[in-house]
Design a protein around this ligand. Structure first.
Ligand code: NPQ
Ligand code: MG
Length: 384
């Protein structure tokens, strides 16, 4: 990859509103729509060639999953991050994080910018995300995340539909009062051999060890993020108390925190979400350290559009991703995607995109239809 500094830089921020095909309920709330911030980075390279790249910010509309939320992400990008990227002399994908490092936190905002610049660079270089990140497979197994339902009958109907769609692994969202009976019923429905796991999104307390140990009867792959995101010690104690492996999601905000959580015995399996850790390059570093320490990893999902979904598929094709991820077909969440060739599932698998960059084309007519806001920012002058 060439490491040129780009001259003119322009960034378009777009907010889109996409309705979900059905409400998605987790322990932190129920959502019917996704309000997403997209980043389009346009650059002119040293040869005068124009190239653009797309990034997707995974922040939700409220700070309910993580401290970040989409209005805040947009604000920090406009007022604190973009000015530093526009001022930087040398800009390539690997320099985005170091340039922004003095601004604390905001990994989802930073990750979206890095993603757009990485996509632009790779499209210009005719290389795919999969190639650049180090993918070793062309297809990846596809898992599905199933929301909390009001009744067990409704839940079983939903799960049966996803089994019929071919998903190779089921993940159930759980919370106190909607856990043991739900898991027992789903295990009976899908049989003993279908991979099954649960995600609590921080809904339990340190004192819930004895209760969560009842999940050991159902041969689950893992229990994801039972306790608060800051509670690494609590997860370590729980991991000693419960046989089912403890997997962290919200707690893992960087490679450094992941390494520490592993050393403390709090993270037996890792959910890697590029947005949550500041981008795809940090996600690869987490993959590398987990592979080195024998910790299985899988790729999480944030109800991404085709943009984030394509990049996640590329990441999940790395050799350490030994468990099926939350990379389902776009139709799991959206009736229509903003890319022309959205991710589909065939025989339980997703094909890793191989075209340059993220490997898709935007459906501009539909994108415009769902856009709620657009703003353009650019370098005040051509850089030399
Ligand atoms: C998780 N994702 O692993 C997240 C949580 C999450 C696929 O389970 C709108 C509504 C957007 C709920 C994004 C999955 C969301 C959401 C992510 C939940 O914890
Ligand atoms: Mg999770």
């Amino acid at each position: 990859m060439t490491s040129a500094s780009w001259s003119r830089r322009q960034v378009e921020l777009r907010r889109i509103a996409l309705p979900l095909v059905s409400p998605f309920r987790t322990s932190f709330g129920s959502q019917t729509d996704r309000d997403i911030l997209l980043v389009r980075a346009e650059m002119v390279d040293e040869k005068g060639e124009r190239t653009e790249g797309w990034g997707e910010c995974v922040a939700l509309s409220e700070p309910s999953y993580s401290p970040e939320y989409v209005d805040g992400a947009q604000h920090v990008i406009v007022h604190h991050l973009l000015p530093r990227l526009f001022d930087a002399g040398h800009l390539d994908p690997a320099t985005v994080a170091p340039i922004l490092a003095k601004m604390h936190g905001h990994p989802m905002a930073k990750g979206a910018l890095e993603m757009a610049i990485l996509d632009a660079r790779l499209r210009a270089d005719d290389r795919s995300f999969a190639q650049h990140l180090g993918a070793s497979r062309t297809q990846i197994p596809s898992g599905v995340s199933v929301g909390i339902h009001d009744s067990i009958d409704d839940l079983l109907a939903a799960v049966q539909g996803y089994v019929d769609d071919g998903y190779v692994r089921i993940k159930l969202k759980i919370e106190p009062g909607a856990d043991i009976d739900q898991v027992a019923a789903v295990r009976t429905l899908i049989g003993p051999d279908k991979p099954l796991q649960v995600d609590a999104n921080t809904a339990y307390e340190r004192t819930d060890g004895e209760h969560l140990r009842r999940l050991d009867d159902f041969d689950l792959l893992l229990i994801e993020q039972p306790l608060a995101e800051e509670d690494i010690l609590g997860h370590a104690r729980l991991a000693a108390e419960v046989e089912t492996p403890i997997c962290l999601d919200e707690s893992l905000v960087s490679a450094a925190t992941t390494a520490d959580a592993i050393d403390l015995g709090a993270c037996e399996i890792a959910n890697i979400k590029p947005g949550r850790v500041g981008g795809y390059l940090e996600a690869v570093r987490i993959h590398d350290l987990c592979l080195d320490r024998g910790i299985p990893v899988w790729c999480g999902g944030m109800l991404e559009t085709g943009i984030g979904r394509a990049a996640n598929a590329a990441l999940a094709a790395l050799p350490g991703f030994t468990l099926p991820g939350d990379i389902s077909a776009s139709t799991r969440f959206y009736a229509r995607d903003i890319v022309t060739d959205p991710i589909t599932i065939v025989d339980g698998h997703v094909t890793v995109p191989t075209s340059p960059g993220l490997g898709f084309e935007i459906d501009h007519a539909f994108l415009d239809e769902v856009t709620t806001h657009t703003e353009l920012h650019s370098t005040p002058h051509d850089r030399r």
